[in-house]
Design a protein around this ligand. Structure first.
Ligand SMILES: *Cc1c(COP(=O)(O)O)cnc(C)c1O
Length: 402
């Protein structure tokens, strides 16, 4: 089909939650590249929003999925599943968690975290502890409970009444958090590095303060690692930058490299609150998703992609900071590893994004003035070197014309 026909069909049949999408339809990918249906090649610096950690069509992932699909795809968690046990083991052996439960998305993993935290206190004889404190500008998903957790009114406003007993406080403000904690507080839930709102890291002192407050006041600490986890920030998990461990954390996006999966991970003392019948999922942890997840996580570990994320992230940010020196369009470059936000001095992020696309580079934009870069963890210097002069020219044009 031609692009115009696809667009026409989409307008006719698909719910319009994405507005005018970028006018491109991809057909295949390999490594850092995607090709559209007209044969034009793009360098992917967004990875489907931090999902395609191994790039496109990585042989280990393709092999795992095709092999598993040819054997069987699904059987239900009524039965033991080898790849489910193996992926849970690989996560546990490489993190602070003792137990894992698989879901199908980030929101669903977060729902599980919220349920687990509430159940933990209920079973402890403290059923009044049900309030969850999150951060402003956070993003935890689109279900009714995770929307309530998401500290951004624009996502919430049309869906009231939301699930009650969530409130949010400003990021990196320990006093505000301390004031918000009451005997009814069950958990603090936060992203070590906020993604959706434009790459906003928590500070080292704040994270230590949060952990301490949670210990003092008997409150669980939940980290949403859906975006910042799995090597994205140069370490396997975002929390490892801080030397602070959560009681519960969640994963999704990159875990199976594009195959839908989410993971709820917890220390034993909390995880044991889930007893038979307390939680479940039809698709969650199915053989195909877990084979894919195992292939991705073992590749991240074996191919030292966290290390690559750290060094290429540094190189990318250094290069962008080089541009910042010569162009007043860049206000700030921030992030960790390959989770990078570029704050522009003018509200032209959408135009810059569209021009990058025209020039064959996929980037993300947040709001009016932030460009977000979340490339595959396999990115090499040459990919960054190819992008920087293109980005420089686009910014220079915008500086003149806007
Ligand atoms: C994307 C994201 C989610 C939601 O994940 P879905 O798979 O879209 O439900 C939750 N938390 C964070 C931090 C995210 O970036």
């Amino acid at each position: 089909m031609h692009l115009n026909e696809i667009i026409e069909m989409d307008r006719k049949y698909y719910m319009n939650t994405f507005g005018n999408r970028a006018p491109v339809c991809f057909e295949r990918g390999e490594g850092m590249y995607l090709w559209d249906i007209e044969g034009k090649r793009y360098t992917d610096l967004l990875a489907g929003i931090a999902v395609s950690a191994l790039g496109h069509s990585h042989p280990a992932l393709v092999q795992a999925i095709t092999d598993q699909a040819s054997k069987f795809i699904h059987c239900s968690s009524l039965y033991y599943i080898e790849s489910q046990a193996k992926l849970a083991g690989l996560i546990v052996e490489n993190s602070c968690a003792d137990k894992v439960f698989f879901a199908n998305s980030g929101a669903e993993a977060n729902e599980g975290a919220i349920k687990l935290a509430r159940l933990y206190y209920r079973k402890k004889g403290l059923p009044e502890k049900f309030e969850i404190i999150t951060l402003e500008k956070s993003f935890h998903g689109r279900t009714l409970a995770t929307l309530a957790a998401t500290g951004q009114e624009k996502y919430q406003k049309n869906y009231s009444p939301l699930t009650p007993k969530f409130l949010s406080v400003p990021i990196n403000d320990l006093d505000a958090l301390e004031k918000a904690i009451t005997p009814y507080t069950c958990a603090v839930m936060l992203e070590p590095i906020q993604g959706e709102s434009g790459v906003n890291p928590t500070t080292y002192d704040y994270m230590h303060g949060v952990r301490e407050l949670c210990n003092q006041k008997d409150v669980l600490l939940i980290f949403d690692e859906v975006q910042c986890g799995l090597g994205r920030t140069g370490k396997l998990f975002g929390y490892q930058h801080y030397g602070v461990e959560p009681d519960i954390f969640t994963l999704a996006k990159a875990l199976a490299g594009g195959f839908p999966i989410g993971a709820l991970c917890a220390k034993d003392f909390v995880a044991s609150a889930f007893e038979p019948g307390d939680h479940g999922s039809t698709f969650g942890g199915n053989p195909l998703a877990c084979r894919a997840g195992y292939a991705v996580l073992s590749t991240i570990l074996n191919e030292k992609l966290c290390e690559n994320s750290e060094s290429m992230g540094q190189y990318f940010m250094d290069s962008l900071n080089g541009l910042k020196k010569e162009n007043s369009m860049i206000l700030e470059v921030r992030g960790k590893g390959l989770m990078i936000g570029v704050e522009l001095s003018k509200p032209v992020a959408k135009t810059v994004n569209a021009k990058c696309l025209e020039q064959g580079f996929l980037v993300g934009s947040v709001g009016e003035s932030i460009i977000r870069l979340l490339p595959p963890l396999i990115i090499a210097k040459q990919d960054i070197d190819a992008f920087i002069p293109v980005f420089r020219d686009i910014l220079a044009q915008e500086e003149l014309h806007s």
